[in-house]
Design a binder for this molecule. Sequence first.
Ligand code: RIB
Length: 296
Amino acid sequence: MRVLSLGSLNIDKVYSVDHIVNPKETIESTSYNNFCGGKGLNQSVALARAGADVSHAGMIGEDGTMLADALRESGVRMDLLRTVDGPSGHAVIQIDPHAQNCIIIFGGSNRRITPQYIDEVMEGFDAGDVLLLQNEISGNGYAIEKAHEKGMIVVLNPSPYDSRLDECDYSKVDIFMVNEVEGRLMAGCESEDPQIIRESLKKAFPKAAFVLTLGEAGSCYFKGDEEYFQPIFSVKAVDTTAAGDTFCGYFLSSMALGLPIPQCLKRAAAASAICVSRSGASPSIPTSEEVDAFLK
Ligand code: RIB
């Protein structure tokens, strides 16, 4: 099973701060770094480091060489990546001493994806292959239609959750990867109780499978009556950026490699625990050897 990851690539400008800046306040950052990130890139890197056959499709700008290098160095197939005029996507990220972050993204070249490009990249994929999407690029609605028509398995991580998702036909999505906030919003559910969120999602999307991450409360997979739970692995958190992306990539890679769902959840939980114990987005994503060692 091959994975086509059609998604964003961002240069993450990361500032360590004593606290997340408030309105009308100017604060000084204690350190600054440029990392490779973007939900698409992070998930592709996680998929590849976990052992999947993954091709990344997306657009970088003239300043995006480091993004292409990061994918290549992780073993992601690169032939579908394109460079366009203008800047790449970027993110401005503040990290506080409790490892909490806040993120502003600028779409840049991530918003230059067209139906023509999507047709082109999907040519090499067939029924049974996976299309993985997040919500930081243009063209997701069209990509879902096309992939569904081809019989591909459509996986959507609806993050960040905003009105651009309105173009997506959720009935053509096979697997949703959501955190508790995205899950609540998708289900239109007021309660924060995980059990109620789960039941609301099942009712609203009876045919889809869900991978739901619940922060400290762990994660779960459900589809109809089939349900599995996985607690978190407790570690000292340094930076939570890309923890969700690592989870998605590891879960999907393990699934594509044919592991049973409980194993997929366990590897994903271990990989994201390692990720939060390190700084940066894609540099913090572990290899499968590191995950094996962690689980021993
Ligand atoms: O999920 C983490 C990612 O969100 C960061 O790498 C940043 O680029 C934003 O897209």
